[in-house]
Design a binder for this molecule. Sequence first.
Ligand SMILES: Nc1nc2c(ncn2[C@@H]2O[C@H](COP(=O)(O)OP(=O)(O)OP(=O)(O)O)[C@@H](O)[C@H]2O)c(=O)[nH]1
Ligand SMILES: [Zn+2]
Length: 196
Amino acid sequence: MQLIETEKAVLPTPWGNFFIFGFEEKKNGKNHIALVYGDIKHSAPILSRVHSECLTGDALFSLRCDCGNQLEMALARISQEGNGVLIYHRQEGRNIGLLNKIKAYALQDKGLDTVEANQKLGFSADERDFSLCADIFNILNVKKIRLLTNNPFKVEMLSNAGINVVERVPIIAKRNTQNAYYLKTKADKMGHLLPK
Ligand SMILES: Nc1nc2c(ncn2[C@@H]2O[C@H](COP(=O)(O)OP(=O)(O)OP(=O)(O)O)[C@@H](O)[C@H]2O)c(=O)[nH]1
Ligand SMILES: [Zn+2]
């Protein structure tokens, strides 16, 4: 177990009252959270979102990406379902960190795409490690999930981390002129299943 479970509290949102669970990564003290809605103590697969931190998109209204919109859609979808889990996984910028993501954005402003920018900085396109998400699902006693994602490789990464993903549920965000090229790159180079 890589995590220490800290505390749980009520988190009221526009989509209803969630419980917020806090976790601390033993090796570096980093904090992660899970939002839980409704009763998840049943044997059917739990509708879940593993949302990778994107400060710019989730909190600062950036239109460069689809993260903020996906976060809202995931909470709304889980609330409609009546129960579910959203892990807010603090691996910003596909785990290159916030300041490197800003460097990657600067390279994208000069014409590189999101994959090329990561590579130019010495990273792979996706540096995330989902093993601690497996720990969170175990702590929450969630055995099987239906994962909200457009990324088949993420399903594979989660499965390799020991999470039983029984279904992929699409979560298609709004497209705008600022994120169109980014979404096209995710579809063309990273295998995301997005409408053309
Ligand atoms: N390095 C880098 N990270 C980015 C960029 N744009 C968004 N991100 C990060 O990408 C992460 C989200 O990953 P995505 O590739 O958008 O989507 P995903 O999680 O693989 O798939 P979905 O479940 O469909 O959202 C967040 O941590 C964002 O901060 C970028 O241009 N460069
Ligand atoms: Zn984003």
